[in-house]
Design a protein. Structure first.
Length: 289
């Protein structure tokens, strides 16, 4: 863990003298506005982003969301369970350009029960983002049910969890993971949350439909010591009625059409495609300074 801390510091400082010199008060500066942060706009507009990711931007609002969460140059970001890398395609180039560090919380190689599929998924992610000329040095951190803290204490500026808290809550892991995030963050650091919002109706008994109550997320963050610092409706979708045959996964992008996940050619996707992606909470929690 000490070695990782030194590594993070070295990455954050290498090649970034111009950024630091131009922003002597960056640590206390307000979040950049859309017009201020040309590097963020460039990263979102990048030609390297897959067409499928770009097609989701109207539902995921990357510019507005990242600005709300307070992303700025020279930031050390941890992205927990990045999946196919929607956020990686934006955050890793942004970190490279602005002298920050991008850390992906991926499959825990220290877990003796990690499946071969999990190992292959981690290897595939590493290969996908191995182009350092574009993505910089993407740091891979062990992350999972039994993993140790994914970053040294007080070493991170922002931890992002996007559409995973419902799974962690269902598995009884929400307190562990949010607690690990709290420990990793610097004083004043941000926990950025986006997830499928159950409100205003109650959660399903075991969260099996993929929706989680905002109150549950806020309570877990406060138990860890966080302060709720902001709420945004940028990822709200009033068309989402939250009552579908295969839960939230009936909607795009999953478009599930059967209980076992296998495509059913007779299933009518049209009414669900017309809704679009889920209604999502967008929250910003701050670790007290």
């Amino acid at each position: 863990m000490a070695a990782l801390a030194v590594f993070i510091l070295s990455l954050a400082s290498s090649g970034s003298a111009a950024v630091g010199a131009g922003l002597p008060g960056a640590a206390k500066a307000p979040p950049p506005t859309f017009k201020d942060d040309a590097s963020l706009i460039d990263s979102i507009s990048g030609s390297w982003r897959p067409a499928g990711d770009v097609a989701r931007d109207p539902y995921r609002h990357p510019l507005e969301s990242l600005t709300f969460w307070g992303l700025k140059p020279h930031t050390v970001v941890v992205d927990l369970e990045p999946g196919g890398g929607y956020w990686t395609q934006i955050l890793a180039p942004y970190a490279r350009i602005t002298g920050g560090v991008y850390i992906a919380g991926v499959a825990d190689l220290g877990n003796p029960n990690l499946s071969e599929g999990g190992k292959r998924g981690r290897d595939a992610f590493a290969a996908k983002f191995s182009n350092q000329a574009l993505y910089g040095k993407v740091v891979l951190a062990n992350f999972g049910p039994k993993s140790p803290p994914f970053a040294p204490p007080g070493s991170v500026d922002l931890v992002l969890t996007s559409r995973e808290l419902h799974n962690w809550a269902a598995a009884g892991l929400i307190d562990k993971i949010i607690g690990d995030a709290y420990a990793a963050l610097k004083p004043g650091g941000i926990l950025a949350v986006e997830d499928h919002r159950a409100d205003p109706r109650p959660e399903a008994e075991k969260l099996q439909d993929g929706y989680i109550a905002t109150a549950r997320v806020v309570a877990a963050a406060k138990r860890a010591g966080f302060i709720l610092d902001g709420e945004s409706e940028v990822n709200a979708n009033p068309k989402d009625k939250k009552d579908y045959p295969f839960g939230v996964w009936t909607l795009p992008p999953s478009r599930r059409s059967s209980a076992d996940g296998k495509p059913d050619p007779t299933f009518d996707h049209a009414p669900y495609d017309a809704i679009g992606e889920s209604d999502r909470m967008t929250l910003r929690f701050r670790k007290p300074a």
